[in-house]
Design a protein around this ligand. Structure first.
Ligand SMILES: [Zn+2]
Ligand SMILES: [Zn+2]
Length: 168
C-alpha cells in the first residue's frame, strides 16, 4: 500500500454521488470501473489484488487471510509430533522395499498430511506446512540411506503441497 492509500482510506461519499464513475475507495480522485468482487466497492488497478476468485480490495484480502489462519499454538505441536513420528516410521519401513518407495512415498505423504489436517481440526495455519516438513526432515536424519532420502524428498514435497493447498 502507498502512503497516500493509507492516509485516504475513507470513502468520499459526496464525491461518489456527484460522479457517475466512482472513485477508488483508497484514492477518491481516481475514477475506476473495477470493483472488489466481495464487498463491491470501487477499486483502482493499483489497489486491486488478484485472487483465485477475482479482484479484491486489500481490506477484503486481509480479512480473508485472517479467516484462513486459524491454527492455535498446539496445532503446531501436534503437526510436529505427527510428521516426525509417522514420517520417521514410514521412512524406516519403506527403505526396506528399495525402489518401490518411489510409488509409495506420495501415498504416505498424502496420509500424513490428511492425519495432520484431522488432528488439528482442519484449522489452517500459514506455517503448518513448514513445521510438518521441518520435522519430517529431522526424522530423516536417522534414515540417511539413498532410498531414505528419495522417500523423504517425495513424501515431504507431497505433505508441503497438500498442507499449502488448504491454507490458501
Ligand atoms: Zn473488498
Ligand atoms: Zn486506489
Amino acid at each position: 500500500m502507498t502512503e497516500s492509500a493509507a492516509s485516504n482510506s475513507t470513502v468520499d461519499r459526496d464525491e461518489l454521488r456527484k460522479n457517475p464513475v466512482p472513485g477508488c475507495i483508497n484514492h477518491p480522485g481516481r475514477e475506476t470501473t473495477l470493483r472488489c468482487n466481495r464487498c463491491d466497492r470501487p477499486i483502482c488497478p493499483e489497489c486491486a489484488r488478484k485472487t483465485p476468485v477475482g479482484y479484491r480490495c486489500t481490506e477484503c484480502v486481509r480479512q480473508q487471510q485472517s479467516i484462513f489462519d486459524t491454527a492455535i499454538w498446539h496445532d503446531y505441536v501436534v503437526a510436529a509430533v505427527i510428521s516426525f513420528v509417522l514420517s520417521g516410521l514410514a521412512g524406516a519401513l519403506l527403505v526396506r522395499l528399495g525402489w518401490f518407495v518411489i510409488f509409495l512415498a506420495p501415498t504416505v505423504g498424502g496420509i500424513i498430511s490428511e492425519i495432520i489436517r484431522r488432528a488439528v481440526g482442519r484449522r489452517r495455519g500459514k506455517y503448518l506446512s513448514y513445521v510438518a516438513v521441518g520435522c519430517m526432515l529431522l526424522a530423516g536424519i536417522f534414515n540417511l540411506t539413498m532410498w531414505g532420502i528419495v522417500y523423504l524428498f517425495i513424501a515431504a514435497t507431497t505433505v508441503y503441497s497438500r498442507l499449502r493447498s488448504i491454507s490458501i
